[in-house]
Design a binder for this molecule. Structure first.
Ligand code: MOS
Length: 750
């Protein structure tokens, strides 16, 4: 195989001119002018509208639905209930693959959680469907719900996260605590949280001559197609899923959920296309959420402030009918050096929808507790919290002992502290006031997130006119994937962006993997890179064997691909455009294939994580306990950055999520009914512009030769971690009261 580089500079051999540029979003103009079509914009011929009826109890049975009343509503076409529904071909109560979670598709009369769909009304208009759903007036047989962490007997979960052991241990934690000069034993609680993206969950489904066409926003086109094919017993080739744009995903749109299946069932039942758009309130239930946690941390330090033991125990919740467990305590595997570490989890089954992936699942909840505890013990030891973190810096991954593939956290600390102005921070709390008499506090938190990769494939095409394209299921939920992947794709073919096209948005493209786990750019990017390299290799093969080419016989010397031309590496003045090579060979195009996945051997050898340091300043009213963040500075190192503008925007978004975790967000559950009392965007608080302080996100350079060929780690979720802890620690520094329950309420600080 001929060696083709993108540059004679070894550091840039794999990176062309487009990567690293702070380009604006490619799809920005389409979105701001309303020309981007989202799933709910689809209006196929003969469209019907569906509305869900959802349970208002959280545990029990539906004993009566007034189907006759609903059917009598003018415009209603059909009413789908457990007694009257089309067949599906999987058992929705069976979780047989890691990502095949159980779902509710009217399989029985059982109510498992408030907000569970119990019927679907299909009508000529949305108004008629909505009215029909209201007329069903369900009668229930209700049982007392299990609605909080102490409401059921706990057990050790079979695994946490995506298959990690629930208990992990190294060294002797109890001995470490016993021998410590100082020790703390602290507990923190975090609430249930629900993702509620700007674009709700939507499905428009149509059976067109035996084929199923589904418009639904998804972070995983190929998985959605495969699951729908399974559920409706169709060959995958007869299922088309379209998702060109998403108005946010955050994990909720990663896996196919029950209501989307119901929309497809409705189309089958009616024999016409059906649109089902969830209301805001309906998003609090069947689409997953972040589970509540109670976390106990026991830490010990020696006389110098070095950790002697770190024990992190998390009590977490899952649903009554399925298994999903956030690895909240796993945050303690990565960050701090300690001779003894123990992480453990216990779970309870509650009457809620199954918690699922929600931006930094596990790491977010775990990080807020760990970073708070580290701050507490640093304060107990009389050491500056940043100094304490440097003192206990993990040179190797603490629990596994593996070296890090790269770790520029020290640089994050240094540059973040400098930008924030950390030096001179008083050690004791309640020392700083602003001109209005508000107490001012400074806190720091460490951010970390694993460098995850899935499996992805892509196809690259070089065309006779000298242009090129890549085809792959790239999912852009607002993070800028279409732009970043186009940068990688154009570089993979060594073309300027104007001569490059990224084809995406439907399940017909090669499966580039799930957009989740902050692993999309690494996975799909590597597949795209390899597909481009494959196409260029085929082109080079033709050129170097063609006596009419200036590249004839240059195979051993190697080539450089640049700006739509192949050049001899030993003499860059000799080369020719791609178009000339294709023309002489009489080819319309050359196709390359590529895949991207983690290198299992390197993963065994190295711990792969992104890191960051977040510094927050808060102001607290000493009399009323009202907290406002006034500044946040984050410094993040996440390997190679493809588009610094978009990455900065991801960090801002992540830090706002962290701020929300610390100060705003909570699904408030009524313990008597198991219902979420603030299941709407009016009372489920998230930060608005007025809550978000001036923020800085510093991109710290990091070269990682092991994580993958492109050196990409992932940036989507790390910003959530670290930030919540930094804000909580700043609140302590301002008020001298340690937040133990999140979000922090004014009354807790009084
Ligand atoms: Mo993410 S919570 O893996 O979309």
């Amino acid at each position: 195989m001929i060696d083709i580089a993108l540059s004679n500079d070894p550091a840039r051999a794999r990176h062309g001119a487009n990567s690293g540029q702070p380009l604006t979003r490619h799809d920005g103009p389409l979105k701001v002018t309303g020309r981007a079509t989202y799933a709910a914009d689809q209006r196929p011929e003969g469209l019907l509208h569906a509305a869900l009826a959802t349970a208002t109890i959280s545990r029990g049975r539906v004993v009566f639905l007034d189907v006759a009343a609903a059917k009598a509503q003018p415009g209603v076409v059909a009413v789908m209930t457990p007694a009257d529904k089309p067949a599906i071909f999987v058992n929705p109560d069976v979780h047989d693959q890691p990502f095949n979670f159980c779902f509710q598709a009217l399989q029985d009369d059982k109510v498992r959680y408030a907000g569970q769909p119990i019927a679907v009304v299909i009508a000529e208009t949305l108004e008629a469907a909505t009215e029909g759903a209201a007329l069903l007036a369900p009668v229930y047989e209700s049982l007392p719900p299990r609605a909080h962490l102490d409401a059921a007997e706990s057990y050790t979960p079979p695994y946490v996260g995506i298959g990690h052991p629930a208990i992990a241990e190294k060294g002797d934690v109890e001995a470490g605590l016993k021998g410590a000069a100082r020790a703390i034993d602290v507990t923190y609680e975090t609430p249930a949280q629900y993702h509620n993206a700007m674009e709700p969950h939507v499905v428009v489904a149509a059976f067109e001559g035996g084929k199923l066409v589904v418009d639904t926003p998804t972070q995983g086109l190929a998985m959605t197609r495969a699951r729908l094919a399974q559920i409706f017993a169709l060959p995958p080739a007869d299922v088309l899923v379209r998702s060109p744009f998403l108005g946010g995903g955050f994990g909720a749109k990663g896996l196919l959920s029950g209501p989307i299946v119901l929309g497809v069932m409705a189309a089958k039942m009616a024999g016409r296309p059906v649109k089902l758009v969830m209301t805001r309130t309906q998003l609090y239930g069947p689409f997953g959420h972040r589970q509540p946690t109670r976390q106990r941390l026991r830490l010990g330090v020696d006389g110098e402030g070095r950790l002697t033991a770190l024990a992190h125990h998390a009590k977490i919740a899952t649903s009554s009918f399925d298994d999903f467990y956030e690895g909240a305590a796993d945050a303690s595997h990565t960050l701090y050096a300690s001779p003894a570490i123990r992480t453990s989890h216990e779970a309870v089954r509650l009457d809620t929808g199954t918690p699922l992936f929600m931006r930094a699942p596990g790491e977010a909840s775990g990080s807020i507790a760990l970073e708070s505890a580290i701050d507490e013990i640093a304060a107990a030891a009389g050491i500056d919290p940043l100094q304490f973190r440097l003192l206990n810096y993990a040179e190797t991954e603490p629990i596994s002992g593996k070296p890090f593939s790269s770790k520029a956290l020290r640089e994050c600390f240094a540059q973040g502290a400098k930008a924030f102005g950390w030096a001179g921070r008083p050690l004791a709390p309640r020392q700083m006031r602003d001109k209005d008499g508000l107490l001012v506090g400074w806190g720091v938190g460490v951010a970390t997130f694993p460098a995850v990769m899935f499996q992805g494939t892509a196809r690259a095409v070089l065309k006779a006119d000298g242009s090129g394209a890549v085809e792959a299921t790239v999912h852009d939920m607002g993070q800028g994937a279409l732009t970043a992947m186009a940068q990688i794709g154009a570089d993979a073919l060594a073309l300027p962006l104007e001569k490059f096209e990224l084809r995406s948005g439907t399940s017909e493209s090669p499966d580039a993997g799930l957009a989740g786990g902050s692993g999309h750019t690494a996975t799909a990017g590597l597949a795209i890179h390899n597909a481009g390299a494959d196409a260029l290799a085929k082109l080079a093969e033709i050129a170097t064997q063609d006596p009419q080419s200036p590249l004839y016989g240059a195979g051993n010397a190697g080539l450089i691909a640049r700006d739509g031309r192949l050049l001899r590496r030993d003499d860059e003045t000799r080369g020719e455009p791609y178009a000339a090579i294709l023309a002489r060979a009489g080819l319309a195009e050359i196709v390359g294939e590529g895949s991207g996945a983690a290198n299992a051997d390197l993963q065994k050898q190295y711990a792969m994580h992104a890191h960051g340091a977040v510094f927050a300043e808060v102001k607290v009213d000493p009399d009323l306990g009202m907290v406002r963040a006034s500044r946040i500075v984050g410094a993040f190192a996440a390997g190679r950055i493809i588009n610094p503008r978009l990455v900065q925007s991801q960090y801002f978004g992540g830090m706002i999520w962290g701020l929300s975790f610390a100060l705003h967000e909570e699904a408030v559950i009524d313990r008597r009914t198991g219902r979420i009392v603030n299941a709407n965007l009016g009372e489920y608080y998230v930060p608005t512009n007025a809550d978000v302080p001036p923020m800085q996100a510093l991109l710290i350079e990091e070269h990682d030769p092991f994580v993958n060929a492109l050196g990409i780690k992932g940036v989507g979720e790390i910003g959530v971690t670290g930030t919540a802890g930094a804000v909580a620690n700043a609140v302590w520094h301002a008020m001298g009261v340690r937040p133990q329950r999140f979000p922090i309420r004014p009354e807790a600080l009084m």
